[in-house]
Design a binder for this molecule. Structure first.
Ligand code: MRU
Length: 354
């Protein structure tokens, strides 16, 4: 494993799928074993595993477990199980992408279809790690440091097959001496920044400074950061970006203060079938996540809560989109098509759907 990258949230073993329970971090490192696809769907829904690419990888292995159970009853039973997995969370397109890719594996005449599907899930995981390393190199090159950077949510090894998307760029830039200070938003209400990003960075020897989400514009006003670097759950054909709630506000503040806004996402997060971000389904979770902190209710009894967990940043606020296929400056429909329209061609010719 490369230096500054020691965590793996999703692991296949002979017994089944092992997921590091991200609800328990940083207090406890508990790995849970899943031998049934329904359990994997529940783990995605309950955020045992989270982060767009990690959700996709877990679902791919969930499809292997589903094949073991359902294929003996026929392909239709397996496809129903894939639909069940697909319904676990709506916003991160990596989930549907990974399941479509598993469904596209040719199984007719295959003597051991489960083994063939397991090989495909392994490839999805390996490709994600390779994409992250590539994006890390491409994104780090854009940082003329050493400078302060701010990130949001958790986009690291915990959220991916390893290394991370936005956090991969930060890891690489840190290793290259381009980053002087990593600031991380705590990321209310689920505290991915405080619990996960801080844990993961410190474990890999990278110092981190946490701030309340609402402190980010002041940090920018004081000139402490030159880049805001975030991941994505879905990027549409015009370059709009769905990501963790709070990202849109960071983009607005960054533009106002002349701070660069970088989005880092693999091609598995790009959804060229949607024209713009208005069409992205935004997940709303239980209001209790807002009314409580760490499971302890803090809101006045009787208060209601509103809990959209993603927002959409318009493309015009994005300075650069970094993907493993290349970098799109000031993304728009033309820039996105130049890198991703070939997927449409592949789709029309009946190959892998994107
Ligand atoms: O609700 P989560 O924790 O799954 O949300 C995760 C994010 O919003 C990440 O920024 C995104 O998935 C990119 S992760 C590489």
């Amino acid at each position: 494993m490369q230096s500054h990258d020691s965590v793996r949230p999703v692991r296949w073993s002979a017994e089944g799928l092992r997921l590091l329970d991200q609800r328990r971090l940083p207090d406890e490192e508990v790995e849970r074993l899943y031998t049934d696809y329904r359990g994997v769907a529940q783990a995605i829904e309950q955020m045992v595993v989270r982060g767009a690419p990690a959700i996709g990888i877990a679902a791919a292995y969930g499809a292997v477990l589903a094949a073991r159970d359902c294929l003996p009853r026929g392909r239709a039973a397996w496809e129903q199980a894939l639909d069940h997995l697909n319904a676990a969370r709506p916003t991160a397109v990596n989930l549907a992408w990974a399941l479509r890719r598993m469904a596209a594996v040719p199984l007719v005449g295959e003597t051991d279809p489960v083994a063939r599907l397991l090989a495909e899930a392994d490839v999805i995981a390996e490709e994600d790690l390779a994409a992250n390393r590539r994006m890390g190199a491409l994104g780090a090159e854009l940082i003329k440091g050493p400078v302060g950077v701010l990130t949001h949510c958790n986009t690291g090894s915990l959220a991916t097959g390893g290394f991370g998307t936005a956090l991969g760029v930060i890891r690489q830039a840190w290793a290259d001496g381009r980053v002087s200070t990593v600031y991380a938003d705590e990321t209310r209400p689920w505290l991915q920044g405080a619990r996960l990003t801080a844990w993961e960075l410190l474990r890999d020897g990278i110092p981190v400074t946490l701030l309340a989400d609402s402190a980010a514009p002041l940090l920018m006003q004081q000139g402490a950061v030159q880049w805001v670097i975030v991941g994505a759950d879905r990027v549409t054909a015009n370059g709009d970006v769905a990501n963790k709630i709070g990202t849109y506000g960071l983009a607005v503040a960054a533009r106002y203060h002349g701070v660069g806004f970088m989005v880092v996402a693999p091609s598995s997060t790009v959804d060229m079938s949607l024209p713009d971000g208005q069409a992205i389904p935004i997940e709303h979770r239980n209001a209790d996540e807002v009314l409580a902190v760490g499971g302890h209710r803090v809101a006045a009894e009787g208060a209601g809560g509103w809990n959209p967990v993603f927002d959409v940043t318009p493309a015009e606020l994005v300075d650069v989109l970094v993907t493993e296929r290349g970098v799109v400056h000031r993304p728009d429909a033309k820039g996105m098509a130049a890198l991703f329209d070939r997927d449409k061609v592949r789709h029309r010719s009946g190959q892998i759907d994107q």
